[in-house]
Structure formats: C-alpha cells, structure tokens
Design a protein around this ligand. Structure first.
Ligand code: C5P
Length: 224
C-alpha cells in the first residue's frame, strides 16, 4: 500500500476533526489539527499583548513561538504544545475562538504555520484538517474532502461541546462566533476558505459518525 495525504477542509464545527481522527486511526495515519496551531498562536498573542495588526510585532512574536504536537497516552491523541506547555484544552476557549480568525488572516502567521504543516506531510500518511489544506498547504493531496453541515446542527454540536466545559456559555455566543469565523475565514485575502476544485463534498447533516467514516474510508481506499 502506498501512503497518501488526506485533506479535510470546511466550515467551522462541521465535525472535521472528529472524522479526521477516526480516519487516521483506521488507516494508521497521523492526524494533524491545523486549527490548533492558529489557536495556539492566538493564545500567545493574547497573553503577551501582541498587536497583530503590526507586522514587526508579529514577526518578533513568531520568533519566540515553538509549536509541536505530542502524543498523550492517556487521552490517546496528540495534543498541542506551545513553548513546551500543553495548551490543548485552553485553546478551545471562546476567548481564543473570538480572535483566532483575525490572527489567522495575517500573512506572516499563515506563512509560519503552513511551512510547518508542509514539513509534517513530507512522509505522507497523514490526515490534516483545516481551511486551506487542500487548496494551499497540499494542493497535490491524493484525497481532498470538503465538509459541510446545516448551520443549526453545527451550532448545537459546538454548543454541547463548550457547555460541558463551561456552563455559562450561551447558544447565541456560539452561533455568533461560528458565523463570524466562517465569514472572516471565507473572505480574507490570503488563502480564504474555499472548496478545492478536486475536493469531494461530504455533507454530514444527516449522517451518523459511523456512516461518515465508512464513506471517507471507501474514498481513501480507492486512492491507496
Ligand atoms: O479548525 P478550528 O475551528 O479549530 O480552527 C480555528 C480557526 O483557525 C479557524 O476559524 C480559522 O480562522 C483558522 N484556521 C485557518 N486555516 C486552517 C485552520 C484553521 O485559517 N488551515
């Protein structure tokens, strides 16, 4: 069997990471959460009061950032580390989600992240999810999936996820955040979210996890 690169792009909270993780597990591939990298950079900028509208400040800050994914035996998944600190859980906070799309629109930030993402794919055998993975990071990937789901379903799913951690969160906050991120992500100048011409659409509004996985696995096996 040859190893391939599988990209999963799409709107916020469509279940990209859930599918990507399972697909990677079934194929014995490495799962890479590109959004976690933008979230970790955003967390660093917020904590250190970096003004991301200033190129110089961004460049200086990026020089001080080291990102890596480390496998955690207990959670059985790889987790995001920012300068040796496990930030896997804090980066999911709404405080980060509210700023991440602005930070991810900055040219230097994207160059920084994309370069590392491309290095992680050098040996193939990866499933990477994000917004520009099939269009910009790996334009030659063998399998590109573009995920969508009805808005109401996406809001509900993300709300449940956040509510478990913070019962103060409201449906409106979550809805507004998803709409805002989708708008900024699809309208930015550099690498906007869009479907690659050779991507296959997976609408999971009415699919169970198992059904989605079966479909994606079938597509993957056709390419391997
Ligand atoms: O995937 P997730 O929702 O965690 O991503 C958080 C944010 O990071 C997105 O809303 C988007 O602004 C940014 N992002 C990006 N390009 C990627 C992955 C994420 O711009 N490849």
């Amino acid at each position: 069997h040859k190893k391939i690169i599988i990209t999963i792009d799409g709107w916020s909270s469509c279940g990209k990471s859930t599918l990507a993780k399972q697909l990677a597990k079934e194929l014995n591939y490495v799962y890479i959460d590109s959004g976690a990298m933008y979230r970790a950079i955003t967390l660093y900028f917020l904590r250190n009061h970096v003004d991301w509208t200033k190129h110089k400040a961004v460049e200086e800050a990026l020089r001080k950032i080291t990102l890596d994914f480390r496998y955690n035996e207990h959670s059985n998944q790889s987790e995001m580390y920012l300068n040796d600190e496990n930030v896997e859980y804090v980066i999911r906070d709404l405080v980060v989600a509210e700023k991440v799309s602005d930070v991810a629109a900055v040219k230097e930030v994207r160059q920084f992240a994309v370069k590392q993402q491309q290095m992680m794919g050098e040996k193939k055998g990866i499933v990477m999810d994000g917004r520009d993975i099939g269009t910009v990071v790996f334009p030659k990937a063998a399998l590109k999936i573009f995920m969508t789901a009805d808005n109401a379903i996406r809001v509900e799913r993300r709300f449940k996820e956040l509510y478990d951690k913070n019962p103060n969160v409201t449906i409106d906050e979550v809805k507004n955040n998803l709409e805002m991120r989708d708008y900024i992500d699809s309208h930015r100048d550099i690498s906007p979210l869009r479907q690659a011409e050779d991507a296959i659409v997976l609408d999971n509004t009415n699919l169970t996890m198992k059904q989605q996985l079966e479909i994606a696995l079938r597509w993957a096996k056709e390419k391997i």
